[in-house]
Write a protein that binds this ligand. Structure first.
Ligand code: NAD
Ligand code: TYD
Length: 357
């Protein structure tokens, strides 16, 4: 029996992973530890497969006593660490929580695992998996090669800097204490349950209500888009076959510029939600994000060669499924917006940029 602790399991990728792992594994139990910040919701954990194998603990990963008790009481042998402050724009407007959760929180989890596992049979059969981002590597120019696992870190936002620091801590625990860690650095995800502050769900929901589609700057920035289920499969494979101490890059190989992504979303909506067509007329260029990274791209040769992982979804199929999901879940959108103070966020981030949000 495997007992898995998923931190941040009420957020976007975490909740998709909880679903994925409950569907996949007969002989496991999952405990979600989540503080339910604005980005986390129990709405994301409704209708789980095999709910009898899942337990939810509400709490902060910075709370050492709670984390140690949870590891101990649920006999956790595997930690999959998603919990984080995850949005670059929020990190620009208020970096404090990023340092607290991403650095202090990760440190608290590492210390707790070292202590509790050390006192209950040692590290054999245990695993600490840390979920990180391609943003730690910085920004690429148009002709630069894609990021590899050995590319030097060069984070440029408070978000990416705090994630970079957490990656360093995780590696330090492997080298110093032999804690059996693995890391994955993944590119931009999209798919069901993504909080609508991020580009793709924001554009879908704004387009549905006929609001402007706020494209930062010239819209020619490049991200390496990956459908969330592909990310979950990759993490699952790393848990099963990844070598302790190793890092694996994950990416989708989908690299249209931002404005093209927005146009693709508009074209799908023109077909599935013809009111207000053409939705492209809503595209509005607004002032750019400070320090905006121009381009990310992931070299996924290592995970392909060692573990046999490749993304299964194309950008076209993944975007279509995502748009369909948001169109079919208006009640999710309403509850999430109410719980999280979403309108206040829109005002805070976009009010001064103009564009009539
Ligand atoms: P998210 O913001 O949707 O969810 C984060 C979750 O963590 C929420 O449920 C929130 O309540 C919880 N949380 C935040 N602070 C906490 C704390 N102190 N204690 C306990 N729980 C807390 O994030 P996401 O997009 O699902 O990202 C998950 C992880 O994947 C993050 O570590 C992020 O850096 C990484 N990542 C995200 C992407 C992406 O495109 N979204 C890409 C690569 C890596
Ligand atoms: P985002 O989803 O915030 O992810 P990240 O900053 O982690 O890559 O943004 C993706 C890209 O879309 C990024 O280049 C910023 C851009 N963007 C906009 O142009 N407008 C928006 O309103 C948002 C939220 C993002």
């Amino acid at each position: 029996m495997q007992n898995i602790l998923v931190t941040g399991g009420a957020g976007f990728i975490g909740s998709n992973f909880v679903r994925h792992i409950l569907r996949a594994g007969a002989d496991l139990r999952v405990v979600t530890l989540d503080a339910l910040t604005y980005a986390g919701s129990l709405e994301n954990l409704k209708d789980l497969p095999h709910p009898e194998k899942h337990a939810f603990v509400q709490g902060d990963i910075c709370d050492r006593t709670l984390v140690e008790n949870t590891l101990d009481q649920h006999k956790i042998d595997t930690i999959v660490h998603f919990a984080a402050e995850s949005h670059v724009d929020r990190s620009i407007l208020g970096p404090g929580p990023f340092v607290q959760t991403n650095l202090v929180g990760t440190f608290t989890l590492l210390e707790s695992a070292r202590l509790v596992w050390g006192e209950s049979g040692g590290f054999d059969g245990r695993r600490f998996h840390h979920v990180s981002t391609d943003e730690v590597f910085g920004s690429l120019g148009p002709g630069d090669p894609a990021f590899r696992e050995v590319t030097p870190y060069d984070p440029r936002s408070p978000y990416s800097a705090s994630k970079a620091g957490s990656d360093h801590l995780v590696r330090a625990y492997f080298h110093t204490y032999a804690l059996p860690v693995t890391l994955t650095n993944c590119s931009n995800n999209y798919g069901p349950y993504q909080f609508p502050e991020k580009l793709i769900p924001l554009m879908i929901l704004n387009a549905i209500r006929g609001a402007p589609l706020p494209v930062y700057g010239d819209g020619l920035q490049v991200r390496d888009w990956l459908y969330v289920e592909d990310h979950c499969e990759a993490i699952h494979l790393v848990l099963e076959k990844g070598r302790p101490g190793e890092t694996y890059n994950i990416g989708g190989g989908n690299q249209p510029v931002n404005i093209e992504i927005v146009r693709l979303v508009c074209a799908i909506l023109d077909e599935l939600h013809p009111q207000g067509t053409p939705h492209e007329r809503l595209i509005t260029h607004v002032p750019d994000r400070p320090g905006h990274d121009r381009r990310y791209a992931m070299d996924i040769t290592k995970i392909q060669a060692e573990l046999g992982w490749s993304p299964r979804h194309t950008l076209g199929s993944g975007l279509r499924t995502t748009v369909e999901w948001y169109l079919s879940r208006p009640e999710w959108v309403t509850v999430i917006a109410q719980q999280s103070g979403y309108n206040e966020w829109l005002e805070k981030n976009y009010g001064k940029r103009g564009g009539g949000m």
